[in-house]
Design a protein around this ligand. Structure first.
Ligand code: ADP
Ligand code: MG
Length: 357
């Protein structure tokens, strides 16, 4: 069973919603709210790419060109990185081909390797063989046995990636395969901000499967409002709550990783798609969702995955070392919310939360 986050844009409020229905039928009903088309300088388009639902919205004289260009770019990057497409650069690498990578692929892999080092291996793109064994790449879900997992863990080794970043060449050692799914959407949203710059967009918003990045402020000069989705409405104070809270931001990426996004159940146990590279099993760190806020979309995406794997204690320690680069909202399996101090102003909620200094 796969659930995907979808997004619904209301006037001034972006709500992240679990239900696909809301994307298809719930987001219409008046000027400025159509799921596609142009209303008063606003252009908004929905698409399905990178295995998820996306919305790209821009305001301005050249908004149409900006959105067209953005959609083309999303398609181009998806074609480079999709593991489902046998012709993608990633699929070719994973078959052991010796490639000269496109600049974006080389850049993304270089960033992924860097993040892997910084997060003590919590983030690791060489997790692919395990993703495949668990069936997350195909949808044929299964629970691999401990012996199989141990064998596959030998192939998880970012240190073996020999990327010549100047020439852009990479050949994967035998058995090593990569999956950019933990960072690709953030890289893409960051790239779309550059396109918004090029077309001098007045205001813009992209949501790539619930990964949001905001461009400047709303056209009325107020910040964008992003709803933080409830990862589990069965626990503690999250019971019966629609949204955990609201973030009011400009020029920031807001990216959430949670075990509820993609998972299957077997014999009453839930297995989700964020794996702990240390164990080969779905990360079981006590966190049920990690939201990262950063002006760097790519970093935000990688860190949302990495901090989810690390768990609260390590995540907070990591933030204290890198607090200039990002902020977080952590939610644990009892529904407790912790917010880093940089978000104190931006975050509002009726629930209890603790500010981390
Ligand atoms: P989503 O893409 O669902 O929004 P994430 O950004 O957390 O959520 O990315 C999860 C994806 O990252 C998985 O589907 C898989 O492709 C990849 N992945 C899973 N575990 C890891 C990990 N420990 N390090 C890097 N990538 C991972
Ligand atoms: Mg991520």
């Amino acid at each position: 069973r796969i659930k995907r986050k979808t997004v619904c844009i209301l006037p001034g409020l972006l709500i992240l919603s679990l239900s696909l229905i809301s994307l298809l039928s719930g987001c219409t009903g008046g000027p400025g709210k159509t799921s596609s088309g142009r209303v008063a300088g606003k252009v908004s388009r929905d698409l399905f790419a990178m295995d998820t639902y996306m919305t790209v919205t821009a305001y301005g004289d050249r908004a149409q060109e900006a959105v067209d260009q953005a959609l083309e770019e999303i398609q181009r990057l998806d074609d480079l990185w999709s593991v489902g497409n046998p012709d993608s650069e990633v699929s070719r690498l994973n078959r052991g081909e010796h490639l000269t990578l496109s600049p974006e692929t080389a850049d993304l892999i270089r960033k992924a390797i860097g993040l892997s080092g910084q997060t003590g291996g919590a983030f690791d793109i060489t997790i692919y063989p395990l993703m495949e064994a668990w069936g997350f790449t195909s949808g044929d879900f299964r629970v691999p046995g401990p012996r199989e997992i141990n064998e596959l863990l030998k192939r998880v080794d970012t240190g073996s990636l020999d990327l010549d970043k100047d020439v852009g060449t990479l050949v994967l050692p035998e058995g090593v395969q990569i999956d950019l799914g933990g960072i690709a959407k953030g890289y893409t949203s960051a790239r779309l901000m550059e396109i918004f710059d090029e077309y001098q967009v007045d205001a813009g918003l992209v949501s790539l499967g619930g990964n949001v990045q905001t461009y400047r402020q709303k056209t009325d000069g107020t910040p964008w409002k992003i709803g933080v989705e409830n990862p589990d409405d069965r626990v503690g104070q999250l019971k019966g709550v629609d949204y955990v809270g609201l973030l009011e931001l400009s020029d920031k990426a807001v990216i959430t990783s949670g075990g509820y996004e993609r998972f299957f159940e077997e014999e009453g146990i839930t297995y989700h798609h964020i794996l702990d590279p240390a164990t080969g099993y779905p990360a079981d760190s006590g966190l049920i969702s990690v939201t990262i806020v950063s002006s760097d979309g790519c970093l935000a995406d990688g860190l949302s995955t990495a901090l989810f794997v690390m768990g609260e204690e390590k995540a907070i320690a990591y933030w204290r070392e890198h607090r200039e680069d990002f902020d977080f909202i952590l939610i644990d399996d009892e529904g407790k919310i912790k917010v880093s101090s940089g978000l104190e102003e931006a975050f509002s909620t009726e629930l209890e939360f603790e500010v981390v200094e």
